[in-house]
Design a binder for this molecule. Structure first.
Ligand SMILES: [Zn+2]
Length: 113
């Protein structure tokens, strides 16, 4: 059920931006979804259909852009991709890593009328 609260946040952000832009309708919301968030796009869309009822975002399509997980290695100072959820630097094999991408769930942009 953790999709519900993030879906509500996505809706609020989209409505706020649309209002500022003087939009009458939100057609599409593009979302950057970190691959480590574990949110299921289908569930997010289903929740969205419910929470957006009666708003200008009703019927809007959600488009997900998967953000690959990556980290900064404190040992060699390079950015490394994280594969299979393993916290190991691809450059030096170190494991002193700081996560940069992969946990975000953000509104990239909205398509409005
Ligand atoms: Zn490294």
């Amino acid at each position: 059920m953790h999709e519900l609260s993030v879906t509500q946040s996505i809706l609020n952000i989209a409505l706020e931006s649309a209002e500022k832009a003087g939009a009458k309708k939100i057609n599409k919301i593009k979302i950057a979804a970190g691959e480590m968030t574990g949110y299921v796009p289908q569930y997010v869309q289903e929740y969205f259909n419910i929470v957006s009822r009666g708003t200008i975002a009703e019927g809007a399509e959600l488009e997900f852009r998967k953000v690959p997980a990556s980290a900064l290695c404190r040992s060699c100072g390079k950015e490394t991709p994280l594969t299979d959820y393993r916290f190991i630097c691809a450059h030096c094999g170190g494991n002193d890593l700081k996560l940069i991408h992969g946990r975000e769930f953000l509104v990239d942009s909205i398509d409005i009328d």
